[in-house]
Write a protein that binds this ligand. Structure first.
Ligand SMILES: [Zn+2]
Length: 156
């Protein structure tokens, strides 16, 4: 059996910010992929240029699973109070699939969570021809807004 080579979805991407985010997430999941345990990694970029990584944690009970984006958000908040500006997530293929990792958009729960903590965040998505950064708020129109938090986050 020969080791397969999985393609980095950032290869050839003309936008350096997109390429850096996707490459960081790809590198992370490439080194930590375990079938049914860790299939996705995410990278969050802060306004100071810091890159924060998260790893998907699957669980026996599905709803106990934690998305990679949530891990990256947590890592970012541990590291810095800087504004978070962009996110990308990469899914690593199973051995039975084509050997191409792919960028995946945040799930609905992550869209809610990320926008709660970073309203200006942009996400890397695959449009019809290439990877692009798009405002996350555009992927979640009519976001839930409760009364638990003030409109603007404060540190008090
Ligand atoms: Zn998610």
């Amino acid at each position: 059996m020969t080791a397969r080579t999985v393609e980095d979805p950032s290869a050839g991407c003309p936008d350096p910010a997109v390429r850096a985010l996707v490459a960081a997430a790809f590198t992370a999941i490439s080194s930590r992929y375990v079938l049914a345990r860790h299939q996705i990694a995410a990278a969050v970029l802060d306004a100071d240029g810091g890159m924060h990584l998260g790893l998907h944690l699957d669980a026996m009970v599905g709803r106990a699973s934690v998305c990679a984006e949530a891990g990256a958000l947590s890592a970012a908040r541990l590291a810095t109070g800087a504004e978070l500006v962009a996110v990308a997530a990469v899914r690593y293929p199973k051995a039975t699939e084509e050997a191409t990792a792919r960028v995946v958009p945040p799930c609905g729960l992550c869209r809610e969570l990320l926008l709660d903590h970073a309203p200006g965040l942009r996400a890397v998505v695959h449009d019809e021809t290439q990877l692009v950064l798009t405002p996350l708020s555009g992927l979640l129109p009519h976001k839930y807004v409760g009364t638990k938090w003030p409109a603007v986050l404060t540190r008090s």
